[in-house]
Structure formats: structure tokens, C-alpha cells
Design a protein around this ligand. Structure first.
Ligand code: ADP
Ligand code: ADP
Length: 224
């Protein structure tokens, strides 16, 4: 069955029809890339899937429950418990250290500080960035920051990670290293990934590509 799906999503910003009837389905543990030209609606679709934006019409379903008509509070709570997020910039809280950033979602979930920090430390080692544990995001390189962001997104074992251009600010070498970590850890824990990218080499990490054009899902392709 599907983990997350949309039915005929439509959303306009003023005169711009960002989504013009998008139906997509994401299975448990599946890696799906949303691809298409700039302005085709990829980020808007990601935000609707994640319960951040509400569509004008159509519906979003998560584990058989309708998500789009729930209250802001319930959708926020669901984002904290079930979803993780990695963005191109600003995934991290700027005045917390790397260790504190990774521990933060665990603390919100009620995990005690010492346990949360021990788990955060394990993730820093796993992603090869133990040396930045005490640094704030401003003192890290782009690649280090995105590795910490990947750890922060995955540390709670979410069912879905939403990644919007997660490598967009990195060179291709660091971009591929970050994708290796994101995809590797997601597969290990059975986390589904919804990835927005305009880079075909990054999209190739996905099991399946959903191609958007002018706010409509033009086609679905299986990655090589
Ligand atoms: P993509 O991620 O594929 O580049 P977006 O989903 O960001 O596309 O945007 C789809 C369309 O909606 C674009 O025309 C964009 O300019 C417009 N749009 C997106 N967000 C907003 C917003 N908050 N206000 C006004 N227009 C927006
Ligand atoms: P609340 O609405 O209770 O303040 P948060 O803002 O903490 O909830 O949202 C939970 C998750 O959703 C966070 O991981 C955050 O990064 C993400 N998020 C919230 N709003 C946005 C947004 N406008 N764009 C991108 N991600 C967002």
C-alpha cells in the first residue's frame, strides 16, 4: 500500500497555478525524486506532502488518514514525530552546535538530554563529522553542515524525509557524498525519501522520478 499520496492537488498563488492537479503515490521506504524545470511546482508539492502548505483542493493522505484538513497543531506534531527535513540552506538552528542540532528533535520527542546527546554523537561519527560536534553552523563548511542536517533529519527514525535541493549549495563531489549518506541511512532504517532536485545525477539516486511540468505530473519514470 501507499505511505503518502495526493489526489488531484491544486494550489494557486494569486494568478500562478503552482499545482494544477497532481496525483502521486509514495510507498514505505521508497525514494522518489520530484524533477522538472524551475517553477514547475516541485517545492510546492513537497510542502503539501509534508503538511506545511494546504492545497486549495484535492487531498493528501498519510498512512490512510487525510492530512490536509487537520489542524495546524496536529500537522506540526506529525511533522515532528514522523517526518524529517533537509533543505538547501538553513536546515540547522544557527545558535546551536552540531551536537545540539542533532539532539534537538530527540529532545522534542521526550528523550533525556544525556541519551539524546549520546545518540547525536554516534550520528556525527557515522557521518564522518565528529570533529564539528561543538561548532555552530556558521563555523562549518557547506558539506559538513549538510551532513549534520542529514543526521538531524534521520536521528528520530522518521517514516519520511523531505529533502528540497539538499545538495544545491555543494560542489558535485560533496553533493554525492551527502546523497550517499542520506540514501544509505534512509535505506537502513526504511525511511522513505521525497527528494526535490533539478540535477539529473542527484535524481538518479531515487527509485522513481515524478516529472512535473507547469504544476502537473507529466510522467513517472523508473530510474536506471
Ligand atoms: P519549483 O520548486 O519547481 O521551482 P515552486 O513550487 O517553487 O517550483 O513554484 C511553482 C510556482 O509557484 C512558481 O511559478 C513560483 O513562482 C510560484 N510560487 C511558489 N511559491 C510561491 C509563493 N509563496 N508566492 C507566490 N508564488 C509562489
Ligand atoms: P511549528 O509549526 O509547531 O512551529 P515547526 O515549524 O517546528 O512546527 O515545523 C516542523 C518541521 O517542519 C520542522 O522540521 C521545520 O523544518 C519544517 N517546516 C516548518 N515550516 C516550514 C516551512 N515554511 N518551510 C520548510 N520547512 C518548514
Amino acid at each position: 500500500g501507499s505511505l503518502l499520496r495526493t489526489v488531484d492537488l491544486r494550489l494557486a498563488f494569486g494568478a500562478t497555478q503552482a499545482l494544477a492537479g497532481v496525483s502521486v503515490e509514495i510507498g514505505p521506504g521508497e525514494l522518489v525524486a520530484l524533477v522538472g524545470p524551475s517553477g514547475s511546482g516541485k517545492s510546492t508539492l513537497l510542502h503539501c506532502l509534508a503538511g506545511i502548505l494546504r492545497p486549495d483542493s484535492g487531498s493528501v493522505w498519510y498512512r490512510g488518514v487525510r492530512l490536509d484538513d487537520q489542524s495546524d497543531d496536529r500537522r506540526s506534531r506529525l511533522r515532528r514525530t514522523d517526518f524529517g527535513f533537509v533543505f538547501q540552506f538553513g536546515s540547522l538552528v544557527s545558535d546551536l552546535t552540531a551536537l545540539e542540532n542533532i539532539a534537538f528533535p530527540l529532545r522534542l520527542a521526550g528523550v533525556r538530554r544525556r541519551v539524546a546527546e549520546a545518540r547525536a554523537r554516534e550520528w556525527l561519527h557515522r557521518l564522518g563529522v565528529a570533529d564539528v560536534a561543538g561548532k555552530q553552523p556558521g563555523a562549518m563548511s557547506g558539506g559538513q553542515g549538510q551532513r549534520v542536517a542529514v543526521a538531524r533529519a534521520l536521528v528520530t527514525g522518521p517514516r519520511v524525509v523531505f529533502a528540497d535541493e539538499p545538495t544545491g549549495a555543494l560542489d558535485s563531489f560533496n553533493g554525492e557524498l551527502v546523497m550517499d549518506e542520506l540514501v544509505g541511512t534512509a535505506r537502513e532504517q526504511g525511511t522513505a525519501v521525497v527528494l526535490v532536485t533539478h540535477d539529473p545525477r542527484i535524481a538518479a539516486y531515487a527509485d522513481r522520478e515524478v516529472v512535473l511540468r507547469d504544476g502537473a505530473s507529466a510522467s513517472t519514470e523508473v530510474s536506471a
